[in-house]
Design a protein around this ligand. Structure first.
Ligand code: HPA
Length: 273
C-alpha cells in the first residue's frame, strides 16, 4: 500500500473507533460558517490534532474539529475548520480529510466558504451557489503519481458541481424566500486579498466570486467519485469604485451574519440528497 493509502486507512480506522456509523454526507464549513454543526445530533467531536495524519488548522474563525453524527436523520461527517494552501501545507494535506471522508463512506460533499464578490449585482451578505470554478491556485492536489484505487489519472471536470443538487438548493432557497445567486468561483492561493486590478482580471475571465479554498477539496472529491454542492457567502466586494479596504474581521462578521440562510439551505438539502 502507498503511504497515502496507509495514512487514509489509519485516519479512517481511528475515526471509526470513536463513531461506528457510516457517514453519507460530508460537510466542510468555511470561515465564520461553523454553526451548522450545532444541528448535528448524537454527535462525537474529534479535534483534528488527535486524528492520525490530519494537519491542524491555524486560522482564526476555524475551530479545527471533525464532528460525526446525524443531521435530519442522515449520518454526516462535518469539518468545522478547513485547511488552506496558504497555511504552508501541501495540497495533499489540504485535501487529506476529503480522502478520509470517502474512506468512511461519504458519497456527497457539501462545501461552504467566504468569498469576495466581483459580480456587480452582488452585495455583502449575499449567497452564491457555485456552478463552476476557475482554478488559479499554483499547485494541484492530483499532481504526482496517480493512485488508481483513489480515482482516475485525468478526471472529467465538465460538471464538478452537481446540477441536480444545484436545482434542489434553488428550490429550497425559493421556498424559504432566500435570494441566491449562481456563479463561478475563482480559487486563489492567498493569503493577501486581491488588488483592485486582480479583482478586475478575475471578473473579466469569468469569475463572480473569489476565495482561498474549496477548489482543492472539490477536485479531490470529484477524483474520488463524489457528488459536490458548494456555496459562497459574499463577505466583501472587490470591484467597487469607492475605497474598499478588506479585513479578515469584516469577512468573519459578514459570514456570521449570513450564516443562518446558508445553514437553512444545507440543512434542507441534506434531507433530500
Ligand atoms: N478574496 C479572497 N478570498 C476571500 C475574499 C476575497 O475578497 N473574501 C473572503 N475570502
Amino acid at each position: 500500500m502507498s503511504d497515502l493509502l496507509q495514512q487514509i486507512a489509519a485516519a479512517a480506522e481511528f475515526i471509526r473507533k470513536s463513531w461506528s456509523g457510516t457517514p453519507e454526507v460530508g460537510i466542510i464549513l468555511g470561515s465564520g460558517l461553523g454553526n451548522l454543526t450545532s444541528d448535528i445530533t448524537d454527535s462525537v467531536e474529534i479535534p483534528y490534532e488527535q486524528i492520525p495524519h490530519f494537519p491542524s488548522s491555524s486560522v482564526e474563525g476555524h475551530k479545527g474539529r471533525l464532528i460525526l453524527g446525524n443531521m435530519n436523520g442522515r449520518p454526516v461527517v462535518a469539518m468545522a475548520g478547513r485547511f488552506h494552501f496558504y497555511e504552508g501545507l501541501s495540497m495533499q494535506q489540504v485535501t487529506f480529510p476529503v480522502r478520509v471522508m470517502k474512506a468512511l463512506g461519504v458519497h456527497t460533499l457539501l462545501v461552504s466558504n467566504a468569498a469576495g464578490g466581483m459580480n456587480k449585482a452582488f452585495n455583502v451578505g449575499d449567497l452564491m451557489i457555485i456552478r463552476d470554478h476557475i482554478n488559479l491556485q499554483p499547485e494541484h492536489p492530483l499532481r504526482g503519481p496517480n493512485n488508481n484505487t483513489l480515482g482516475p489519472r485525468f478526471p472529467d471536470m465538465s460538471e464538478p458541481y452537481s446540477k441536480a443538487l444545484i436545482a434542489k438548493a434553488k428550490e429550497i432557497a425559493a421556498a424559504n424566500s432566500i435570494p441566491v445567486h449562481t456563479g463561478v468561483y475563482v480559487g486563489v492561493q492567498g493569503p493577501t486579498f486581491e488588488t483592485r486590478a486582480e479583482y478586475m482580471y478575475m471578473h473579466i475571465i469569468g469569475g463572480d466570486a473569489v476565495g482561498m479554498s474549496t477548489v482543492p477539496e472539490v477536485i479531490v472529491a470529484i477524483h474520488s467519485g463524489m457528488k459536490v454542492f458548494a456555496m459562497s457567502v459574499i463577505t466583501d466586494i472587490g470591484i467597487r469604485e469607492e475605497e474598499n479596504v478588506i479585513t479578515h474581521e469584516e469577512v468573519l462578521e459578514a459570514a456570521n451574519a449570513a450564516e443562518p440562510k446558508l445553514t437553512l439551505i444545507f440543512r434542507e438539502l441534506i434531507k433530500v440528497i
